[in-house]
Design a protein around this ligand. Sequence first.
Ligand code: HEM
Length: 406
Amino acid sequence: MEFTTTRSLSDAPPFPQPRVCPYQPPPEYERLGERGPLSRVTLFDGRVVWLVTGYPEARQLLADRRISADRQRPDYPAVAPRFQAEVAKRLVLIGMDPPAHDEHRQLLNPYFSRKRVEELRPVVQGIVDQYVDRMLETGPPADLVRDFALPVPSRVISEILGLPAEDLDFFQEASRCLLQATTREESQKAGGELVGYLDRLATLRRTEPGPGLIGLLAREEVGAGRLSHADLVQMALVILVAGHETSASTIALGTITLLDHPELLARMRADPAGVPAAVEEILRCVAVTDLAGVRVATEDIPVAGEVIRAGEGVLLSATMANRDPRVHEDPTAFDTGRTGRRHLSFGYGIHQCLGQSLARMELEVAFATLFTRIPTLRLAVPADRLPTRPPGSGTVQGVNEMPVTW
Ligand code: HEM
């Protein structure tokens, strides 16, 4: 009996594993990867699901129409208790299948195209400069998360959506509570506050014009009956939450990674043309969402010699797929000389990140400006002493504070 328990646990170890170092995958992940491109893990509620760690297998599955992202399905797996909250199940776009997903996506794509994002570069540069100015005026020291990494993408996304600047602290805090909630109730409370806020704003913008995407969609799409008010509120919620916390964490963890590799940082500083490649390598290595997607199979799917049965949960590991030794030479090394974009940090397939061009541009501007204007920037505490996020909230990685000096 004892043998069976031990065997079944080791066959399907718990997932996710806690991080020991905030910018490195949990040590246990290496062993998960050694078990082949597909293996089984156990979630907090005891459910056993597939974990896909191989790069080609993860791409194949993310592009397969026989897996569903519909969070309302009773068989959709919850990676942490917060995903059981109603607010998490109701998310449009990311939590929907075609055709509804595709309709919403087509509506939003033009606003996040590479061309549109490039037009925003001067705005983003202005925001980045403003926060660096403030750090230089008031520091050293500074908290890079509070003073730079979090407010920069928050300001950018509020400009895009048209959120009043004075609401920045409110939605930063509510998003933090939503993403770091360890219970369904906490998640519901924070999500409910954000939904209420966006609902009021979308209602106001229908009659009182204001800048930004919420006002535009409220007038043009909701006004014309092509989009429901409730869906607009949900869209704004997804863009708001997905659009700043992920970029903020990548700025913070990417800064630590660059500081950890002074020769590569010096090369990036000397050659601004190398910044996009450095950003791509940071994205590959830090993969802040950890998972490139969470899905459920709607039919039996044969893959890599296994069969994923209809109704089984499937987690696609960006962290592990990004380190697949079949795809990357010396996969655990941080190497800004790599070419290509072979990582799943923005997901793949129909749900591939809507904001990826925006995120890339924000990261380029943030790193280039930060290390040019504060060339002696360094951590004020050893990197491995920075507290990791509390376990139990899921897989989104980051640090809540990051003391720096210069
Ligand atoms: C470094 C920053 C970012 C990372 C690592 C990231 C990561 C991801 C990943 C892995 C997915 C796929 C999820 C899945 O398939 O289930 C995704 C989807 C999404 N992301 Fe991002 N993201 C980032 C920045 C942004 C930004 C700036 C926005 C703002 C617009 C954004 C908005 C979205 C949306 C709306 C989706 C859902 C797309 C769909 O379902 O069609 N993300 N992101």
